[in-house]
Design a protein around this ligand. Structure first.
Ligand code: 5GP
Ligand code: ZN
Length: 134
C-alpha cells in the first residue's frame, strides 16, 4: 500500500519516534506547528476516524492522554491542541488516521479558525438534523 505512515510503521522510511507499542506509534511531525508536534497513529491502516474500530479508538485515546502529558512536560508547553483532520475537506492530507498533539506556548502566534454567528433558527434546525441521525 502506498501509505507514508504505513511505511513509517514498517521502518521503510525514518521517523523520530517518541512512543511505540504493539498497536500504536507516535512520532514527531516532519513539519511541526511548534517543536514537539506529535502524530499518533494506530499501526494498522485505517483511512480515517470513522473506519477505526471502537475498541481501538478507546485504547488510542487513553494512550494519547499519556502522550500529551509527556509532550507538555518535555516541551515546557502550557497547553496543547489535539486535532484530527477527518477527510480531505477537513485538511486531511495523509490517508491513515492520525491525531496531532500540538504543544502550545504563550504568544506563539498560532491562530485558530474564527467562529461564526448563527442566524435566527439556524442552530435549532441544524441541531435537529444532527439529532435525527444519531
Ligand atoms: P493531516 O493534514 O493529514 O492531518 O496531517 C498530516 C501531517 O503529516 C502533516 O502535519 C505533515 O507535516 C505530516 N507528515 C507528512 N509526511 C510526513 C512524513 O513523512 N514524516 C512525518 N514525520 N510527518 C509527515
Ligand atoms: Zn497507512
Amino acid at each position: 500500500m502506498d501509505c507514508i505512515f504505513c511505511k513509517i510503521v514498517a521502518g521503510e522510511i525514518p521517523a523520530t519516534k517518541i512512543y511505540e507499542d504493539e498497536n500504536i506509534l507516535a512520532f514527531l511531525d516532519i513539519a511541526p506547528v511548534n517543536p514537539g508536534h506529535t502524530l499518533v497513529i494506530p499501526k494498522p491502516h485505517y483511512a480515517n476516524f470513522m473506519e477505526l474500530p471502537e475498541e481501538e479508538s478507546a485504547v488510542i485515546i487513553r494512550t494519547i492522554k499519556k502522550l500529551a502529558a509527556g509532550v507538555i512536560k518535555g516541551t515546557g508547553a502550557e497547553g496543547f491542541n489535539l486535532t484530527l483532520n477527518n477527510g480531505t475537506v477537513a485538511g486531511q492530507v495523509v490517508g491513515h488516521v492520525h491525531w496531532h498533539i500540538v504543544p502550545r506556548f504563550p504568544d506563539d502566534g498560532r491562530v485558530l479558525w474564527p467562529g461564526q454567528v448563527y442566524q435566527e433558527g439556524e442552530a435549532a434546525a441544524i441541531a435537529e438534523k444532527i439529532k435525527q441521525q444519531l
